[in-house]
Design a protein around this ligand. Structure first.
Ligand code: ZN
Ligand code: ZN
Length: 367
C-alpha cells in the first residue's frame, strides 16, 4: 500500500515539477491514466481513476468505492467522486475549458477505445498531444524518501533469498520453492511479489523467464531464482543461481563470466554515462570468456513503483544515467540443453558510481 508520504517532504511537489514540462510539450493540461503514475503524482493507490493536471489545479476522478481511501491518501489534487466513470468526467471537464485546448495523454497507456470516448465526451474541441513519457521521466530519478523505501524492498528480498536457500535440496519442486519464497516475502513485510516468482532447475534454467513447475530438483543441476517484493509500494528484483552438488568446470566458468560481466557493468555506471555503454561493458567482459553470444537479453531496467521502468539498459540505448536512478544489473548466459546462469542486483546511481541496494551474497553456492 502507498501512504501519503510517498510524496517528497521538501521542495516542489511532483505535480509542480510536472507542470514545468507543459510549455515544452505545448500543452494546457495532461490526462494521467497509468495508475502507478497517478500514485506517484498524488498518492492515490486505488485501482480505478484518472488524474487531470491543469495549470492551476489538479483533480483525481474516481468512483464511490474509493471515497474514503482517496480522502485519506490524496494530497496535491482535488478528489472528485464520479457516477458515470472517470472518462466521462474528464471529458466534461475538458469541454468546460475555454478556447481550443491542447491536452497531453500517454500514448503508451491510454487505449484507442478510451481515447475515442474522451474525444467524444470532450466535444471534439481538444487537440491531443502525446506526452513523451513525461511522468516516467520524472519517476526514473528517485528522491530520498523513495530511495529509503527501495532500500527496504531490496533488503527484504535479500533476506528472503538467505532464508530460503537451505530449502533448496533434491526432491523439493520448483513450485514448492516459489511458494516458500513468496511466503517469506510476506513475513518480511512485503505486500506481495513484484512479479511472478521465477524458479527454474536443470536445463530449464536456460529459459530466461521460466515459470516454476512441479519438477523436483535433482542432484548435479543448476537452480535459478528470480524474485522481487513490493514493500511500501516500491519493488525489488533479485536473481541468484546456485548448484546442487559440485558444479563441473564449464558451469563454474559460466558463473565466473557472468559475475565478471556484472562487476564490469557496475564499474561503468556513473552519472552522464549512456545506458547502452553500461550494457556494452557487460558484453565485453563476457567476450573474454567466449560467452557474449549466450547473453540474449538486455542488461537491466529501471525499478521503482513498477518492476520495469525507465531507463532500459540495452544495446545502443542513448539515455544518460542520472544520479538517483535505480536500475537492475542482470547479465546472464543461457546454453540450450545445459542451463542458464543469471546474477541480478538492484543499484542506485550515485555521484561515486553504482551502490548496491540488494545485499544477498553473490558467491556460487554449492548445496
Ligand atoms: Zn529479475
Ligand atoms: Zn529484472
Amino acid at each position: 500500500m502507498a501512504e501519503k508520504s510517498t510524496q517528497p517532504s521538501e521542495g516542489r511537489s511532483r505535480i509542480e515539477r510536472l507542470r514545468f514540462s507543459f510549455s515544452d510539450l505545448g500543452i494546457d493540461a495532461l490526462v494521467v491514466s497509468n495508475l502507478p503514475d497517478i500514485l506517484y503524482l498524488c498518492g492515490f493507490s486505488g485501482s480505478a481513476g484518472l488524474l487531470l493536471v491543469e495549470h492551476s489545479r489538479s483533480t483525481l476522478f474516481t468512483d464511490s468505492r474509493y471515497t474514503f481511501q482517496a480522502r485519506a491518501e490524496v494530497s496535491e489534487a482535488r478528489v472528485s467522486i464520479v457516477k458515470h466513470g472517470p472518462l466521462a468526467a474528464v471529458g466534461s471537464a475538458l469541454r468546460a475549458m475555454r478556447g481550443r485546448t491542447r491536452v497531453g495523454y500517454a500514448a503508451s497507456h491510454l487505449t484507442v477505445e478510451q481515447k475515442k470516448l474522451l474525444e467524444g465526451y470532450s466535444g471534439g474541441r481538444v487537440r491531443w498531444v502525446p506526452d513523451g513519457n513525461v511522468v516516467a521521466k520524472l519517476r526514473c530519478v528517485k528522491d530520498a524518501g523513495e530511495l529509503s523505501r527501495m532500500k527496504g524492498a531490496a533488503l527484504a528480498i535479500s533476506e528472503v533469498f538467505g532464508t530460503t536457500l537451505p530449502l533448496i535440496r533434491p526432491g523439493v519442486t520448483e513450485l514448492d520453492l516459489a511458494a516458500e519464497i513468496e511466503y517469506a516475502m510476506r513475513q518480511q513485510g512485503a505486500s506481495g511479489p513484484a512479479f511472478e516468482t521465477i524458479v527454474a532447475s536443470g536445463p530449464r534454467t536456460a529459459w530466461a523467464h521460466a515459470r516454476p513447475t512441479a519438477k523436483p530438483f535433482s542432484k548435479n543441476e543448476l537452480v535459478l531464482i528470480d524474485c522481487g517484493a513490493i514493500l511500501h509500494a516500491y519493488c525489488s528484483d533479485l536473481t541468484r543461481t546456485v548448484f546442487l552438488g559440485r558444479p563441473p568446470k564449464k558451469v563454474r566458468k559460466m558463473y565466473q563470466a557472468v559475475l565478471d560481466a556484472q562487476e564490469a557493468a557496475k564499474q561503468a555506471i556513473r552519472p552522464g554515462v549512456k545506458a547502452g555503454d553500461v550494457d556494452r561493458a557487460a558484453r565485453v567482459a563476457l567476450k573474454l570468456y567466449g560467452m557474449a553470444a549466450f547473453f540474449t537479453h538486455s542488461l537491466g531496467h529501471g525499478l521503482g513503483l513498477e518492476v520495469h521502468e525507465m531507463p532500459r539498459l540495452g544495446r545502443g540505448v542513448g539515455t544518460l544515467l542520472q544520479e538517483g536512478m535505480v536500475i537492475t544489473v542482470e547479465p546472464g548466459v543461457y546454453i540450450e540443453g545445459l542451463g542458464g546462469i543469471r546474477i541480478e542486483d538492484d543499484v542506485v546511481v550515485t555521484a561515486n558510481g553504482a551502490v548496491d541496494l540488494t545485499t544477498a551474497s553473490r558467491e556460487f553456492f554449492e548445496l
